[in-house]
Design a protein around this ligand. Structure first.
Ligand code: URA
Length: 437
């Protein structure tokens, strides 16, 4: 077998065998296949696609390139949720304690932010002393005791994906459905949960521009997860505007505390939809009983207390959860509407970029984050505004303020006509098929 024959085969749209897929994933990860040949193959895959069988084999080869987390240390159903990323997407932080209150376990490994998207781990580290690097034993102990824990990715999960993703990033081969699918699913399967809910975003702040393209990706990922023996479903959700009104690290924790106290906003609606679908996937609940359990977790105050319990178990200062006014926030500047009309659209990615410019995100992996900066949105798509109304509050410490304000002004479109209603979810997919909302 040799790599040239494999490139030639994909170039003419032939199906690659399992052995050929194992050969190039293994060869590239170990360094025997050079970047230029792998780039040619990735471009052929982007242009000519892969069958479900090929995508499954590629996922499997990447999954087995590193460690697989053994969740047998946890005595119960372990659930996981994965978002394809976005702006103000802090759902994991509320979901973990809510789901723990509903009797399932959340042992979550999350990432840091890079570029315009935020990362769950950075948000948690804005809570003083919160430890996102627990040892594996301590991690499992917290999950068994509290019901949930969130740490940074440990060990050597899917190293093939790390290498292939870095090459895709610089060769124009990111936006291929089989390549995104094998990248996401190899990491999800390596992190060991029994039941997985994927939150596939579409819109200006997401990888997939349209609901239809996000649905196609979701269907492929559900097929691969089902073939791997998991209970898996996917929601296709809107990322045309920030999900939370709060964007920025400490600010997003404050936004989550509001949801756990019962605030009924867009973030709450999305968290509820994800939680109900995930609980129903476990088989422990149906959609109706899942909704009752969700409502009870919030209205009883148990979910907020569970969040504080998780923070304390991970060595964080839980008094910040009970009294969020303790979070240090930057100086406030207001961005106002320069004309009257309706908010007709937003470039969510530019709001994320604005926060990064002020120091709330990283341009380079080594950048140090300013947790206290961010944006609080006062309008959403469909809001009616008058000239001079506040569109959002910007919290800053001087750095990058002018650029941030310009980006935000350009990101919020105001027009004369009221836009169509923006639903949180477009569709749900599981092994039984697709339900449109
Ligand atoms: N997220 C991933 O982990 N991989 C991709 O290819 C795209 C988004």
């Amino acid at each position: 077998m040799n790599i040239l024959d494999i490139i030639e085969k994909k170039k003419v749209k032939s199906e690659l065998s399992t052995d050929e897929i194992n050969y190039f994933v293994d060869g590239f990860t170990k360094g025997s296949i050079p970047d230029y040949q792998m780039s040619a193959l990735l471009m052929a895959i982007l242009l000519n696609g892969m069958t479900d069988r090929e995508t499954f084999d590629m996922t499997n080869a990447m999954l087995h390139s590193g460690d697989i987390v053994n969740m047998s240390h946890i005595q119960g159903i372990v659930v996981d949720k994965h978002s394809t990323g976005g702006i103000g997407d802090s759902t994991t932080l509320a979901l973990a304690p809510i789901l723990a209150c509903c009797g399932v376990y959340v042992a979550k490994m999350s990432g840091r932010g890079l570029g315009f998207t935020g990362g769950t781990i950075d948000k948690l580290e804005s809570i003083p002393n919160f430890d996102t690097a627990l040892s594996e034993n301590e991690f499992f102990d917290v999950v068994n005791k509290v019901g949930c824990a969130v740490i940074g990715q440990t060990g050597n999960l899917a190293p093939a994906d790390k290498k292939i993703y870095a090459l895709r990033d610089v060769t124009g081969t990111v936006n291929s459905i089989p390549l995104i699918c094998s990248s996401v699913m190899s990491k999800k399967l390596a992190s060991g949960a029994d039941t997985i809910l994927l939150d596939v975003k579409y819109g200006s702040g997401a990888f997939m521009p349209t609901p239809q393209s996000a649905l196609e990706l979701a269907q492929k990922m559900v097929t691969i997860g089902t073939l791997a023996g998991k209970r898996i479903g996917a929601l296709i959700t809107d990322m045309q505007q920030p999900l939370s009104d709060h964007v920025g690290n400490s600010l997003e924790i404050i936004g989550i505390i509001e949801v756990l106290k019962g605030a009924k906003n867009r973030l709450y609606n999305e968290i509820k939809e994800v939680a109900i679908r995930l609980l129903a996937l476990t088989g422990k609940y149906d959609v109706k009983t899942a909704e009752v359990a969700f409502d009870e977790a919030i209205s009883s105050g148990k979910a907020l207390n569970k969040f504080a319990e998780m923070v304390q178990a991970q060595h964080g200062d839980a008094s910040y959860i009970l009294d969020p006014s303790k979070f240090e926030i930057g100086k406030k500047v207001e961005v106002k509407a320069d004309k009257s009309g309706y908010v007709t659209g937003m470039t969510a990615a530019d709001i994320g970029r604005a926060v990064t410019h002020m120091g709330g995100g990283r341009m380079q992996k080594t950048d140090v984050i300013d947790f206290s900066v961010g944006v609080v949105m006062k309008v959403a798509i469909g809001s009616c505004v008058k000239k001079g109304d506040v569109l959002c509050q910007v919290y800053h410490n001087g750095k990058g303020l002018d650029e941030a304000v310009n980006l935000i002004k350009g990101a919020i479109e105001i027009g004369a006509d009221k836009p169509a209603e923006h639903k949180i979810a477009y569709a749900y997919v599981d092994k039984n098929g697709t339900t449109l909302y």
